[in-house]
Write a protein that binds this ligand. Structure first.
Ligand code: GDP
Length: 333
């Protein structure tokens, strides 16, 4: 198949659930080429009516907590029990920082990767943190239009991308280890507060008791946190992806959470807010892109950067100067 397809070929392919075309479309969403922005816009506009019907779940936890093993078991559970089609999108900002990928450099989710009802897409390495929400949102919509029922968005859990992901999903599941201590796990309080559900992983063998103790400890600690807008309080569960226990309970609790969201109108509200936020993010990045397209501004931009770096000008003033010049040029062009 040729590398570049027409917008219609992408749209039809996605609607037909063609995985190869879906993968190519996600590549377009990840692209920095100006021509691809327009192409993605066309694709998204066309598929919008086919989107929104999936369940979007964010899954996070530090490296080693058992994310890929959990997703392998959880994904297979959903496919086998409900005949769902599952898409797994991984978001890994560490690839940009370490030039290697925490999520991508090992054989992950072996069984799922061979299952025709699962689609696994690691994020492109070198991805900028600011681009995460864009790409993730767009990838979610593309997967939905291709007929996926559940979208799992996996993040590394080291505190950078979780807020971004939280703003793109319906439910947020935090995986934690027993007995490792929050600090050791690099888990910030903010991430715990974001979770709608917490699961203590590896609750099997000798670790079962420790996992139960951690469950009680966290459940107790969460009592001191406020319930979310819908009145939901995060629950703490235990599971083992290896012995496949607790997986069904996690699913049941996710269902309960979603029921509360639906019943209180918060599901719709949250999605509407996320859409509007997406719009604002697009606006921000488009304005920024336009700014850099004006080559006549590049000198001023560089000069302002220098002055901010050397503390001879404050950042807000520098931004205003650039913006004023930008509008001036728009007027004269
Ligand atoms: P990730 O880095 O968060 O994706 O973690 P992995 O899924 O790669 O798991 C890290 C290690 O923990 C691997 O050696 C797994 O075999 C092990 N592991 C994952 N889940 C379980 C579990 O439920 N029970 C036990 N005993 N080990 C597990």
């Amino acid at each position: 198949m040729k590398a570049r397809l027409t917008a219609d070929e992408y749209i039809q392919g996605i609607r037909n659930g063609d995985r190869v075309i879906l993968a190519k479309a996600i590549t377009v969403a990840e692209s920095y080429l100006p021509a691809d922005y327009g192409l993605m816009e066309q694709i998204l506009d066309a598929i919008l009516p086919q989107t929104g019907k999936s369940l979007r779940i964010g899954i996070t936890g530090v490296p080693g907590v058992g994310k890929s093993t959990f997703i392998e078991t959880f994904g297979n559970f959903l496919i086998n029990h409900f005949r769902y089609k599952i898409a797994i999108l991984t978001v890994d900002p560490s690839s940009q920082i370490t030039h290697g990928s925490i999520l991508g450099d090992k054989t992950r989710m072996e069984e799922l990767s061979r299952n025709p009802n699962a689609f696994i897409r690691p994020s492109a390495s070198g991805e900028a943190l600011g681009g995460i929400t864009h790409r993730t949102r767009e990838s979610i919509l593309l997967c939905e239009a291709a007929g996926f029922d559940v979208i799992l968005v996996e993040t590394v859990g080291i505190g950078q991308s979780e807020t971004a992901v939280k703003n793109t999903v319906d439910a947020f599941l935090l995986l934690m280890l027993a007995g490792a201590g929050d600090e050791l796990q690099g888990i910030k309080k903010g991430i715990i507060e974001m979770a709608d559900l917490i699961a203590i992983t590896k609750a099997d063998g000798d670790n079962t008791k420790k996992a139960r103790a951690a469950q009680l400890e966290y459940q107790h600690a969460l009592h001191f946190l406020r319930a979310d807008e819908s009145g939901w309080r995060a629950k703490v569960l235990t599971c083992s992806a290896v012995s496949k226990t607790g997986i069904d309970t996690i699913w049941e609790n996710l269902q309960q959470y979603l029921q509360v969201q639906h019943d209180t109108g918060h599901h719709t509200l949250k999605r509407q807010r996320q859409e509007v936020q997406w719009f604002h993010e697009c606006l921000d990045s488009m304005v920024k892109r336009k700014l850099t397209e004006y080559s006549s501004l590049s000198e001023l931009l560089a000069d302002c950067e220098k002055q901010v770096r050397e503390k001879s000008m404050s950042a807000p003033k520098a931004a205003r100067i650039v913006l004023n010049e930008f509008f001036q040029q728009l007027k004269t062009n």
